[in-house]
Design a protein around this ligand. Structure first.
Ligand code: HEM
Length: 640
């Protein structure tokens, strides 16, 4: 038995398959490594201090200290009875590149579970579906959010993401039901309207460009994409950073969905104080989620480091605003009849209800006496959890679609007839006004299986976040494949590695192929893993249909509460934009680059040219769509 005896491969199990033939993939062009080159300063400009930037200066003070500590202790305070192989190598690899990339390289070398010493501690890194299933589902009660909780508590308090198992169990009972079907149906119009606002904003940018006054977006995009000639190179169109645009649209949606307020960031000419505060807080959440040394807890450093002062200011502004919103929701609830029970709340006429937000539901729910502070923490968490993740999936989906014209044509063939119907209906309802905004429905989302699979495939190659963090509460001596995880171990479940495992996905693992989700794969091929069943896909391929090889929204008792919301949102935004605009990458694909924080961002923005699609496709597109659907039969039927 491999307990204490070494590598996963010894077990003769699935993990053995992880070992062969990977190096070449890692080096190959199909893997999109972060290319060298300057990092876009919008993300890093106010990073800590120039003189103390370990990532900018690999081999800097922090790096050296971490390496010394690691050499001296080699995880000495962690009892190593795990039986897992140990990752050896230069700690600067961890600091100089995105964490998920370093973890991936060791996965190729060491297999589905390994131990990573870091200073006096060590981390268990898991990339095996059977072990992930055990930790997230079968023995989930033995795992807390650990490190993540420590990092995010100052920002999210007792909100769900960092919440202790006890608080999470309590709050999930209210927060999960708040995302019910009637609410989601109402949100479909929020998604459609906000996406239409983004379409308008993009076109207005072009208008400014055409009359000669380059807008702010255009200028920054040009700066990043290397020159004035960019517009000419793209048929007289204009270039725009779509990652930034997706940040705006998802922020506005989350504001409307969670507390019935818009941040107005899609349409704003200038950033408001509150939007700036949101972005500063998000940036800090990102920073803390990927930084190993919690210097912000140090009384001196926490005060003198400029980004920390800025963060505290932003947090104050945002908390005050969220507290006000909690206050007004409570007042409105009392004025309009007060609390009600779960069933009646879910059966309200959401098409006409004045405030459909999650906040109002949480306040209205009878028997849930959450304090104002708890509600504020819930809002902050939903705001952060629901924004960057969706923005990132939109960014990478559009990037991948721009790289595959055939796939894009098939997606459009699916989107066009549906959009056309909704456009016609909207125009009729508006007395013939053809500019009326088409509103998609949840059935429309179900009827776009290729686009749904495109979103899923994006989450496979660009999982958000790329690692799930847990800490064992007690010794866990029953980990599959004969390993142990002792009490208080910090565990990283690398979704990035799980999703790029050749053992489960096969030789085309590095390719962006949404149609892979439309048929079964891997069944009976890997011991301890059941393979993927397309018939069980549902709205999106998930942890059950993939037997934990694909965890786009996590799994088990801490699974994402916004999964259906996010899939409907992403599909709607993509459908609306692809119907209206033709996007083309305006920089070389390698220039896009990946950097990690809590989510995977681009390195230099998603710089694209955007032109209005004219005339919109009609009639013929329906025939094409039928053909495309025919090719991928089954997935649509499985949508649930
Ligand atoms: C594409 C978009 C999204 C992705 C990829 C995503 C992904 C995830 C993942 C992987 C987790 C599990 C984290 C873990 O196990 O440690 C999670 C948790 C969570 N997500 Fe999402 N999410 C998305 C959108 C949303 C939205 C729209 C909301 C809310 C409106 C939301 C709210 C949450 C919350 C509250 C949790 C914490 C649940 C808990 O710990 O009990 N997410 N999300």
């Amino acid at each position: 038995a491999p307990r204490g005896s070494g590598r996963a491969a010894d077990d003769g199990g699935a993990a053995g398959g992880y070992e062969s033939g990977y190096e070449s993939d890692y080096e190959s062009e199909r893997y999109r490594p972060v290319p060298p080159g300057p990092r876009k300063d919008r993300r890093e400009a106010n990073w800590l201090m120039d003189t103390f930037n370990p990532r900018a200066e690999a081999g800097g003070v922090f790096d050296m200290v971490a390496q010394r500590l690691t050499d001296a202790f080699d995880g000495a305070f962690s009892r190593d009875i795990s039986g897992a192989p140990v990752a050896r190598g230069d700690i600067s690899a961890l600091l100089a590149e995105p964490l998920f990339k370093a973890l991936y390289a060791w996965f190729l070398e060491l297999g589905g579970i390994y131990r990573l010493p870091f200073g006096p501690k060590s981390f268990i890194v898991v990339s095996d579906p059977a072990i992930a299933r055990h930790i997230l589902k079968d023995n989930a009660a033995n795992y807390s959010k650990g490190l993540l909780s420590e990092i995010l508590k100052p920002i999210m308090g007792d909100g769900l993401i960092p919440a202790s198992p006890e608080i999470a169990a309590k709050r999930r009972k209210v927060i999960l039901p708040s995302v019910h079907n009637a609410y989601l149906r109402r949100m479909m119009s929020t998604f459609s309207l906000t996406a239409a606002e983004l379409g308008d904003a993009i076109e207005e940018n072009r208008a400014r460009q055409v009359v000669g006054g380059a807008g702010e977006q255009t200028q920054s995009a040009r700066g990043a994409s290397g020159g004035e000639d960019q517009a000419q190179q793209h048929g007289g169109g204009f270039v725009i950073d779509m990652e930034q645009q997706f940040n705006h649209v998802t922020l506005d949606i989350v504001g409307r969905a969670v507390f019935n307020q818009t941040f107005g960031s899609v349409q704003a000419v200038e950033e408001t104080e509150i939007v700036r505060a949101v972005y500063d807080v998000l940036k800090e959440a990102d920073h803390r989620a990927t930084f190993f040394l919690p210097y912000w807890d140090d009384p001196l450093l926490g005060r003198v480091v400029p980004r920390q002062a800025r963060f505290r200011r932003a947090l104050r502004v945002l908390n005050e605003r969220l507290s006000e919103l909690v206050g007004s929701a409570r007042a409105a609830s009392a004025a309009e009849g007060g609390q009600d029970d779960l069933e009646r709340l879910q059966q309200r006429d959401y098409a006409n209800v004045r405030d459909p937000s999650m906040l109002r539901f949480l306040v209205d729910m009878r028997g849930e006496d959450a304090t104002d502070n708890q509600l504020r923490d819930d809002l902050m968490t939903l705001l952060i959890a629901g924004h960057e993740t969706t923005s990132a999936v939109l960014t990478w989906a559009l990037f991948e679609l721009s790289q595959d014209p055939e796939l894009l044509a098939d997606v459009l063939a699916e989107v066009d007839p549906i959009m056309e119907t909704r456009e016609r209906e909207a125009a009729e309802a508006a007395g013939g006004d053809s500019s009326a905004v088409p509103i998609l429905t949840m059935d429309d989302v179900k009827d776009m299986p290729l686009l749904r699979c495109t979103v899923a495939e994006t989450l496979r190659l660009y999982p958000q976040p790329p690692v799930l963090i847990r800490r064992s509460i007690e010794d866990d001596m029953s980990v599959p494949r004969g390993f142990n995880i002792v009490k208080n171990s910090d565990v990283f479940i690398s979704t990035y590695n799980l999703h790029r495992s050749r053992a489960t996905y096969g030789p085309d693992v590095e390719e962006f192929k949404p149609r892979r989700w439309m048929s079964d794969f891997g069944q009976g091929e890997v011991e301890g893993w059941d393979g993927y069943r397309a018939s069980a896909m549902g709205l999106y391929p998930n942890e059950s249909s993939s037997d934990f090889a694909f965890l786009p929204f996590g799994a088990g008792n801490r699974k994402c509460v916004g999964d259906v919301f996010a899939v409907c949102e992403a599909v709607t935004i993509l459908a609306v934009l692809l119907r209206r605009m033709r996007f083309e990458l305006a920089i070389a694909p390698e220039e896009v680059g990946m950097v990690t924080a809590a989510t995977i961002h681009t390195e230099s923005g998603l710089i694209m040219s955007a032109e209005r699609r004219e005339p919109p496709l009609t009639g013929a597109s329906a025939a094409h769509a039928r053909k495309a659907h025919g090719a991928g039969a089954g997935a649509g039927a499985g949508a649930g």
